[in-house]
Ligand binder design. Structure first.
Ligand SMILES: [Zn+2]
Length: 55
């Protein structure tokens, strides 16, 4: 198993499991990972996407 890798910036975690500060997002059935930095920068658009998909 490869280490957890950020889907946006390609940053790799030290472990296979994403650190607790990272964010996971399911998009079109694919699991995407965002590192803490990208999660902070993209939390609004990610949440917006989830909301529109949910409703
Ligand atoms: Zn990142």
């Amino acid at each position: 198993m490869p280490n957890a890798t950020c889907s946006l910036c390609g940053r790799q975690a030290d472990t296979e499991e994403a650190p607790i500060t990272w964010m996971t997002s399911l998009e079109n059935g694919r699991k995407l990972l965002y590192c803490d930095q990208c999660a902070r920068e993209n939390v609004r658009s990610i949440e917006g996407k989830l909301d529109s998909a949910w409703w």
